[in-house]
Design a binder for this molecule. Structure first.
Ligand code: UDP
Ligand code: MG
Length: 148
């Protein structure tokens, strides 16, 4: 089954949005496979966002991500990468639809509350980076009530 990496950024943690965000993924029917709260350092944040290292906002982005604890998660389910991005909404909250996490809870692009992997390949890479110890192996007994 497909997995994605979801991170509640420091602003989401500070603003008390952890429960709300977890609830949205849970209620959709996705399964939580990994979860931890941690503060990452500069080198780790730079590695996570390595693809964006040439962007003008890179340094500010790294500063933002290391500014406080984040909640790192692995969620599993059919099409969870693409659907997770839809639940999160567009990168710029000014363009994120109401009903999405960024559309409902964010205003500025540099304080957009949450990260989600953009493809199955990047999800694998990010899960390996954030959860080198591996994730839980369990299956929800609700499975037949969610999948046909
Ligand atoms: N970002 C920013 N300014 C920009 C574009 C992106 O501060 O002009 C930040 C924003 O927090 C975004 C993150 O960099 O979530 C990663 O950018 P990406 O294009 O990967 O967007 P995402 O995949 O998070 O929607
Ligand atoms: Mg991205």
């Amino acid at each position: 089954m497909e997995q994605t990496f979801i991170m509640i950024k420091p602003d989401g943690v500070q603003r008390g949005l952890v429960g709300e965000i977890i609830g949205r993924f849970e209620k959709k029917g996705f399964s939580l496979k990994g979860l931890k709260l941690l503060t990452v350092g500069q080198a780790f944040a730079e590695k996570h966002y390595a693809d964006l290292s040439s962007k003008p906002f890179f340094n500010g982005l790294v500063e933002y991500i290391i500014s406080g604890p984040v909640v790192a998660m692995v969620w599993e389910g059919k099409n969870v990468v693409t659907t997770g991005r839809k639940i999160i909404g567009a990168t710029n909250p000014a363009e994120s639809a109401p009903g999405t996490i960024r559309g409902d809870f964010a205003i500025d692009i540099g304080r957009n509350v949450i990260h989600g992997s953009d493809a199955v390949e990047s999800a694998k890479k990010e899960i390996g980076l954030w959860f080198p110890e591996g994730v839980a192996n369990w299956s929800s007994s609700l499975h037949p009530w969610i999948y046909e």
